[in-house]
Design a protein around this ligand. Structure first.
Ligand SMILES: Cc1ncc(C[n+]2csc(CCOP(=O)(O)OP(=O)(O)O)c2C)c(N)n1
Length: 264
């Protein structure tokens, strides 16, 4: 029990340090503004793509991707439903959410293969739930089931979707194949470069972007009180996510070693 608490505290201290240290730097100072602001109007498609990637690069440090499911769990009201997508969100919730007396219902759906049908299954839960439901999902899983959004509009289902957008499959960055620069991006990470804002508006969903934990909390708390579909994009990068996980794991090992010595 003590080891669990120590590990949890060390992990969150490290996540806060990573978010805070980088947020004080020049990149994040500009980045959080870009991350919170509306997407730019006008300009070429290539310029917009660069701008989005710029916002993602700069915004990632203000809120570590790994902390997102824990921040959402913390922000949700008593009795809410929290659906977590496969790949990183379910792992990050499992390892980083704090034990809590709050009664929230955690949902997870494996689909046929893993990342399929996650939006639909969560909307099904939201349709029959009296309490608000939020979904935390990766960008590829979200896009895989994007047609569910128009059904949500037609059936007037209320739900908040937090899309952690690291432009591809972040989980694969933890595999040895990640070092194979010649094949990794194309065959494993599969970046899409899509802009989520027009996708959200084409389905009648409200769209916001959160680059910091406090704004994610604020946006989510407002969203769960409203009727309809909200999409909150959290920009991230796969590289930063991998490094942050490594840093957190090292911090946990250090804390356990300091407390228990060689036995840890
Ligand atoms: C239907 C289906 N297709 C492909 C896969 C293989 N797969 C597992 S995780 C993953 C990447 C998911 O990316 P994303 O949803 O963005 O989450 P992240 O890894 O960034 O957390 C893929 C493609 C799968 N599990 N299911």
């Amino acid at each position: 029990m003590r080891a669990g608490r120590l590990a949890h505290d060390a992990a969150h201290e490290e996540l806060a340090r990573l978010a805070g240290a980088d947020a004080e730097g020049p990149a994040a100072a500009g980045g959080s503004a870009a991350a919170e602001g509306p997407a730019a109007a006008g300009g070429s498609a290539a310029a917009k793509h660069d701008q989005r990637n710029g916002a993602r690069e700069a915004a990632a440090p203000g809120l570590c991707e790994a902390a997102v499911p824990a921040v959402v769990a913390e922000a949700l009201p008593e009795r809410a439903g929290l659906s977590v997508g496969n790949s990183m969100p379910v792992r990050d919730l499992d390892s980083l959410a704090a034990p809590s007396a709050k009664r929230i219902r955690v949902l997870c759906n494996r689909g046929a293969n893993g990342i399929d049908g996650v939006v639909s299954a969560s909307l099904g839960a939201a349709a029959v739930s009296r309490a608000p439901v939020a979904l935390v999902i990766g960008d590829l899983s979200f896009l895989h089931d994007v047609s569910a959004l128009q059904l949500a509009a037609r059936l007037e289902i209320s739900m908040s979707i937090v899309v952690v957008n690291n432009d591809g499959g972040g989980v694969f960055s933890f595999l040895p194949q990640a070092d194979r620069e010649d094949i990794f991006e194309r065959y494993f990470a599969t970046p899409h470069g899509l802009d989520l804002q027009p996708i959200a508006s084409s389905c009648g969903a409200r769209y916001t972007r959160a680059g910091r934990a406090d704004s994610l909390t604020e946006q989510l708390r407002a969203a769960v009180k409203r009727h309809g579909l909200d999409i909150i994009e959290v920009p991230s990068t796969r590289t930063a996510n991998r490094e942050q996980h490594r840093s957190v794991a090292e911090a946990v090992c250090r804390a356990l070693h300091d407390a228990f010595g060689e036995a840890a």
